[in-house]
Design a protein around this ligand. Sequence first.
Ligand code: Q46
Ligand code: ZN
Ligand code: ZN
Length: 316
Amino acid sequence: MKCRSCGQPAIINMRQHKLALCRAHFLDWLPAQTERFIRHYKMFTPGDKILVAVSGGKDSLSLWDMLTRLGYPADGVYISLGIDGAPGSGLHYSEESRRLTEQFALARSLRLHVVDLAASYGAGIPDLAQRTRRGHDKPCSVCGLVKRYLMNRVAREGGYTVLATGHNLDDEAAVLMQNTLTWSADYLMRQSPVLPATGSGLVRKVKPVCRVYEREMAAYALASGIEYIYDECPYAVGSNTLWYKEILNQMEEKRPGLKLQYYLGFLQAREAGLFAPAAEDAAELHTCVTCGQPTVAPGQCSFCRLWEKAPPAENG
Ligand code: Q46
Ligand code: ZN
Ligand code: ZN
């Protein structure tokens, strides 16, 4: 297989785009595509103060790398969740992903904010989920809530105008499949490449690589020599999202481009008003009486309520 641009051996053949490229041309092509999406969805401009949510995985580190390459000054935020692997696996998921993220930032002289959950708040995610009895089997709902809160807080307190995440096409298509199978209108309304800021304290959220295949993100990380954590979070194993990703990959195998078509069709339907947010969605938020961050209901925000329900661990 030869590169369409220069005829040198290709490192990737993207059947969905009918395009094969060599390393150098692929490393130009993907950031250029990303730039196109950033402009198309009016995500941000170089004048914005951008914060990238980084996890140590291929998607977020590649996104950070591409934004820097494209001339967007972007800082990073990493949340240390206190997650290990299965007992006996030898995997220290949080420790290793933090090491790789810090190494990435240091090598490129990029600014990284780190929030260590256990050090700052007294418990990592598995411990917090157990103490609050939320998620005996999987702590993902607690984890999602904590990450959303902390990322928005770091972005707000640091004066960032936009928070970028590394959700790729496979992530978005899997979530879309889950939400359409259950016709979860609320979730469908909020599934967008851009979630605008609210006057009451939620920072604008964007997904610059939401149209990029996971395989392309992995190829980008490998081709640009980014060292990332290969292991998934141990709690992701057996998740619905992974199951939907597998199903979509089987379909994609038979019909290259299907995943992209599925997601783009949804975005077009959204633009045409099919899943337009209801008026009350734009309702004003309240301010949490404990931490001062935005909250849907008056009183305490769900993050503060969560920690209140988590009595300190018993000694020993
Ligand atoms: S990090 Fe957290 Fe994910 Fe791990 S505990 Fe679940 S939600 S799977 S993206
Ligand atoms: Zn080439
Ligand atoms: Zn609060």
